[in-house]
Design a protein around this ligand. Structure first.
Ligand SMILES: CC(C)(COP(=O)(O)OP(=O)(O)OC[C@H]1O[C@@H](n2cnc3c(N)ncnc32)[C@H](O)[C@@H]1OP(=O)(O)O)[C@@H](O)C(=O)NCCC(=O)NCCS
Length: 242
């Protein structure tokens, strides 16, 4: 678009340094309390450590998720493609206040959960994925991120939606989540229904979900040797078993 300036100007051209444009394109980060690592015993007796992923791990994670995008069952492809975009959005600073949690067993990357803060009040659940099936790792990862929102960040509402039957069963039904009227309310993941948890409902009903569902509890702090064992992503399970 071009228009003639309505006043005489001393310079016809203004140039910008991209570093001047970046603060406008990048959402200024909110000062979010970090996620304190937690651990939990899985059904097979192993211990999963859940910690925040480091930004430097993003390229490695993208490499794994690229393979997951090709798994054409149980909605791993669509969820994988969206997770790929979210990790890249976090890495390239094109997401507002994202958090990225990973679950590791002896350095093997077995679980993923992420979200972002729409505001101080509303936490948007983005995605959860289990890379090792049958151990309720996904159930745990989702619970961990919701508890981060309510217990540590002090959020008042949790907004989720579901792409897969397994996800809907685990949390939509498993946590008996109500949904806002649709299409008035739409989740940012494709405009689907917004399922939500309020702080009050979290306190009264959902807080003990993971203990009821898996019999295990989140434990903090994580001992130093376990943190060290899981400080790096050393490998991933074989994706053939997913
Ligand atoms: C949804 C999801 C995170 C749930 O993870 P989870 O809690 O670890 O549960 P699983 O998917 O491994 O297993 C679900 C059930 O199917 C069974 N199952 C399905 N496929 C299995 C497999 N390949 N191996 C072993 N068990 C399997 C499990 O035993 C389990 O039964 P249970 O309910 O009695 O425990 C996971 O299915 C996933 O990552 N799906 C793809 C991404 C996705 O849909 N994300 C959520 C978007 S809404």
């Amino acid at each position: 678009m071009k228009l003639e300036p309505p006043v005489e100007v001393s310079r016809d051209t203004l140039t910008f340094d991209v570093s001047e444009i970046e603060p406008i394109l990048q959402a200024p980060p909110t000062d979010i309390k970090p996620f304190p690592p937690a651990m939990i015993e899985l059904r097979d007796g192993s211990t999963m450590v859940v910690r925040e992923a480091n930004l430097e791990e993003a390229p490695q994670m993208l490499g794994y998720v690229e393979q997951i995008m090709k798994i054409e069952h149980d909605f791993y492809d669509i969820v994988g493609a969206r997770i790929y975009a979210e990790i890249l959005g976090w890495y390239r600073k094109r997401l507002k206040d994202p958090y990225t949690l990973i679950g590791l067993v002896d350095g093997t990357f077995v679980g993923f959960a992420n979200g972002r803060l729409k505001s101080d009040k509303i936490n948007i659940s983005l995605h959860t994925m289990s890379l090792r099936r049958g151990l309720r790792i996904g159930a745990i990862m989702y619970y961990v991120k919701a508890s981060y929102g309510f217990e540590i960040l002090g959020n008042e509402e949790w907004w989720a939606t579901y792409e897969s039957y397994n996800g809907w069963k685990r949390w939509g039904i498993g946590m008996a989540q109500p949904s806002y009227p649709w299409p008035e309310y739409q989740h940012e993941l494709g405009g689907a229904r917004v399922y939500y948890i309020t702080k009050k409902y979290w306190e009264s009903t959902v807080k003990d979900y993971i203990k009821e569902y898996t019999g295990a509890e989140l434990v903090r702090p994580v001992p130093e040797d376990l943190l060290e064992k899981n400080a790096e992503i050393k490998e991933v399970p074989s994706f053939d078993k997913i």
